[in-house]
Design a protein. Structure first.
Lengths: 416, 475
């Protein structure tokens, strides 16, 4: 009977948590269970232990402590006015599930969030308590991601940072106006203050590590995998430009490791003013590509938006290609001479391929045949590069260049 | 022709010893034939020379790759690897030649092995055997593509130190028992239990975390190829989940929006209207709370918080800076960043106690330009300074200082409402309407930007002198 109750609650509280896209288990400290009676390790790269048919990785036990909520955010399945079934775990039940799953190698750890019950502080305390039991009573060394409840007291966030690898606070909607109309109880400045206190906690821990007198006495780490956030795409009228502007502000201000973009997906018992359409998956994908350009390819937001129209990214082609088509005067690029920063701007070349090219060209001129060994597809590069045995000639400026890459309209609608 | 027989496929030490012997003996790759123990002896061929003690120095990265690649099931691997180390001994740059066919093969094969290892870390599923003296024991059946068990077992040891476990594969088994790792012969699936009580929970979780509105089967299969499904308890649910997904989405879409949960109002907490009206702001505390919500200019939307002034309500001297910086914005307090440091030192030299001053800014929110992981300070416009004066005036009215010291041009504009240069105002004591005295000086961040040391020291001395003058005036 008790088991059945657990299954039911697990079904409700995992379903309620799945709209949070984050499942990363990477980027934390190296840690393992050697010499302890406990279990758990984290080693740089995260592991996806399974994949659901929605293509998403399953790396963590991602659940809510409860889906009761005193907030009424209209895009959320757990809003107060929704009629979804409600459930609540006690901290021990979550601990037990996490350990049982972990021992069977189903997961890398736990990602715990919660609806807001009683108050922000009370809710945060409950989340911290689960993490504390796992770390202190069970010597659990696996990955822990805790949601920081916006508006919770800074000392609770400081405690969460001691147990968790990652903390996250979701901004949910990219603009203030969107948040005010869709999530009346959430205040943008409260969300930003919570993120600021996570960054200050991390900065303080780094300062403490520098200032310590004894090299041996290691000060506690603070959320070593950093913090992240999520924005919902397509629930309100925000344009991609607004979304990326908010993302760049957040990256610069709070040292976020990741911004997740989550295509708004219809939820059971939806609020009537939300689009009952299929989630805009391609748009989500383009935003991730743009985000990568910002963080790893040296692009500024304004440059990415050169390839956009009315503040929206081109859905048919990727944002780097869209930019390159507007900036054809910068091409073709000589693979054997161009600086690294310029190679990164060639459509079809990723950071790894660029590293390989830079290393390999020191040892001899690269020809097209050599490039095939360094990158996945040479065909896409052809209009934009020069090698000793290839010149694109008029191809670079050809009017039909976009059509060469963009899928026919029909196929696109299928892909959507 | 030399012949090498490798008895244990995937055993790096065995291959390494043979290769070392051949290398020290100067045997070229084309003169060696490598075969497995079960491939039948050839009629011709000499045995390989025994490993000698001579040191062979190869790049560490090449050895690490060989250690992995030897686990590949392809029977030509030992010979190809030998050719590569033979070349590696003569060409220290070999691995950097990514376009070389041998190196290309090596890196692709290594990638296949690393992927196999990674997938084994991911897809091993333990089932519980029992518990003895508080220590639980588990077993798993797994079928890797290559001979990688010895490369993966240490990972499971580090991860599951506090429990006993065994992983059985067709080629070999690894056992962690009494804190010792040992290896044995391969086995069969029947040796491992065919179920586990927790699997029901796991499958429930798997089904519940799946979003039926976003089907991406190819993405799933790219990362979790079908060949692994037979040993994954959750994989049996993939087909039924997919079959039911369309109907679930249709139900969500088709369902008329129901009435709000009748308990909504009981659950919801009303957000108190925190926006204070002009008349409500009676204390410095009210200012601090209310400035957070100010939307009179667009700066506030991107800043973390409004940073109000700080200090005793009865302070005689008010210091006005420009605007909060990165640190002030994060911590919600004025002058706590690098410029604040400079100010603190200068105040001390001038004999002023920061605790007895009121410190504030002309503009209450941080204006910046995001640049990667940093926020670059941007000067507020005259319009922004003017619209923020409302807050500064509130603070002035509440503190009623005898003397105001403006730090920098923005502060001067914030206090006086006029565009005047610091140079023209500096050195004199001005009187504001209402009798408050004013002296104008530079902003401490100016001192941080001066590259010339002598000049910086000079400017700093002048800054300290201005502060000392303020102390005398307010005494």
């Amino acid at each position: 009977m008790a088991e059945k109750a657990i299954l039911e609650k697990l079904g409700i509280l995992a379903d309620a948590a799945k709209y949070d896209a984050s499942c990363a288990s990477s980027g934390t400290v190296n840690r393992d269970s050697t010499g302890t009676k406990g279990i758990g390790s984290t080693e740089g790269m995260g592991i996806c232990h399974s994949y659901a048919p929605d293509g998403r990785c399953i790396s963590l036990l991602k659940i809510l402590l409860t889906n009761f909520c005193i907030y009424d955010c209209r895009f959320c399945i757990n809003r107060a006015s929704s009629n979804v079934p409600r459930a609540r775990f006690n901290p021990q039940e979550v601990v037990r599930l996490t350990l049982d799953f972990y021992k069977r190698n189903y997961i890398e750890g736990m990602f715990l969030s919660s609806g807001i019950i009683r108050s922000e502080d009370y809710t945060m305390e409950q989340l911290v308590e689960v993490a504390r039991i796992l770390r202190e009573e069970h010597r659990f060394g696996g990955y822990i991601h805790l949601k920081t409840i916006a508006g919770a007291a800074p000392d609770l966030i400081a405690r969460a940072g001691l147990y968790a690898d990652r903390l996250s606070t979701n901004v949910e909607l990219p603009t203030e106006a969107g948040l005010q109309s869709f999530a009346p109880e959430k205040r943008p400045e409260t969300i930003r203050k919570t993120m600021a206190s996570v960054r200050v906690g991390a900065d303080d821990a780094i300062e403490a590590a520098k200032g310590r007198l004894l090299k041996k006495a290691k000060p506690p780490r603070f959320a070593p995998a950093g913090q992240s956030t999520q924005m919902i795409v397509g629930a309100d009228g925000s344009r991609d430009d607004d979304i990326l502007a908010t993302a760049t502000n957040l990256y610069s201000g709070y040292r976020l490791r990741r911004v997740y973009y989550s295509a708004y997906s219809p939820i059971p018992d939806a609020s009537s003013d939300l689009p009952p359409v299929r989630p805009p998956l391609i748009r989500e994908h383009r935003l991730y590509q743009a985000d990568w350009l910002l963080r790893f390819y040296g692009f500024e937001r304004a440059e990415i938006m050169e390839g956009a129209r009315d503040g929206m990214l081109d859905l048919a082609i990727d944002p780097k290609l869209a930019w390159a088509l507007q900036r054809r005067e910068a091409f073709p690029v000589d693979i054997n001479r161009a600086p690294r920063e310029m190679l990164l701007r060639v459509p079809g070349l990723g950071t790894r391929a660029v590293d390989r090219i830079v290393a390999a060209r020191r040892l001899g001129k690269l020809r097209l045949g050599d490039l095939a060994k360094l990158t996945a597809s040479v065909k896409k590069l052809l209009p934009f590069i020069v090698t000793p045995d290839w010149r694109p000639g008029s191809l670079t400026d050809s009017a039909s260049l976009r059509a060469r890459f963009a899928p026919p309209a029909e196929q696109l609608s299928l892909a959507l | 022709m030399r012949e090498v027989v490798l008895a244990r496929p995937g055993d790096f030490a065995e291959w390494r010893d043979a290769a070392r012997g051949l290398l020290t003996g100067g045997v070229a790759p084309e003169n060696v034939s490598w075969r497995g123990a079960d491939e039948g002896a050839s009629l011709f061929g000499d045995n390989a020379p025994p490993a000698s003690g001579a040191a062979i120095s190869l790049p560490r990265e090449l050895l690490a790759m060989a250690d992995r690649v030897i686990c590949h099931r392809d029977p030509t691997v030992p010979a190809r690897l030998y050719r590569i180390v033979w070349r590696g001994l003569r060409d220290r740059q070999l691995l950097a030649r990514r376009t070389d066919p041998d190196v290309d093969w090596l890196s692709k094969t290594d990638k296949a092995i690393r992927r196999d290892i990674h997938k084994m870390h991911a897809f091993v599923r333990f089932r519980r055997l029992g518990e003895q003296a508080g220590r639980e024991s588990f077993a798993a059946w797994f079928e890797p593509d290559h001979y990688i068990l010895r490369l993966t077992a240490p990972f499971f040891q580090r991860r599951f130190y506090g429990m006993d476990w065994a992983i059985v594969t067709p080629d070999a088994r690894a056992i962690w028992h009494d804190e010792t790792l040992s290896y044995g012969a391969g086995g069969t699936k029947d040796e491992v239990p065919d179920s586990d009580v927790v699997e029901d929970q796991w499958r429930t979780y798997y089904g519940a975390t799946f979003n039926p509105a976003r089907i991406k089967i190819d993405a799933m299969r790219a990362e979790m190829p079908k060949k692994y499904w037979k040993n994954l308890p959750e994989a049996q649910d993939i087909a039924p989940l997919l079959a039911g997904a369309g109907a679930r989405v249709e139900r969500m879409r088709g369902a008329a929006v129901s009435m709000a949960n009748p308990l909504t109002d009981k659950w919801r907490t009303r957000v108190a209207d925190e926006l204070l009206l002009d008349d409500d702001i009676r204390t410095l505390n009210d200012v601090a709370r209310a400035v957070d919500h100010c939307t009179c200019c667009p700066i506030g939307c991107n800043a973390t918080q409004g940073v109000a002034g700080e200090g005793p309500a009865g302070a005689r001297i008010m210091l006005v800076g420009e605007q909060p910086g990165d640190q002030e914005d994060l911590q919600g307090r004025p002058f706590v960043g690098p410029a604040g440091q400079v100010l603190n030192e200068a105040l001390e030299e001038a004999g002023l106690d920061r605790q007895r001053l009121f410190l504030t800014n002309a503009v209450k929110h941080f204006k910046y330009e995001p640049r990667g992981k940093r926020r670059l300070h941007q000067n507020p416009t005259a319009g922004e300074i003017d619209s923020c004066r409302w807050w500064l005036d509130k603070e002035r009215a509440l503190v009623q200082p005898d003397l105001i010291v403006t730090l920098g041009g923005s502060a001067l504009r914030g206090v006086t409402g006029k565009a005047a240069s610091i140079a023209s105002m500096r050195g004199a004591v001005h009187e504001l309407a209402g009798g408050t005295k004013l002296i104008a000086t530079i902003h401490p961040s100016y001192l941080l930007r001066l590259p010339d040391r002598a000049r910086a020291a000079q400017e700093r001395a002048a800054f300290v002198a201005d502060l000392a003058q303020a102390r005398k005036l307010a005494a």
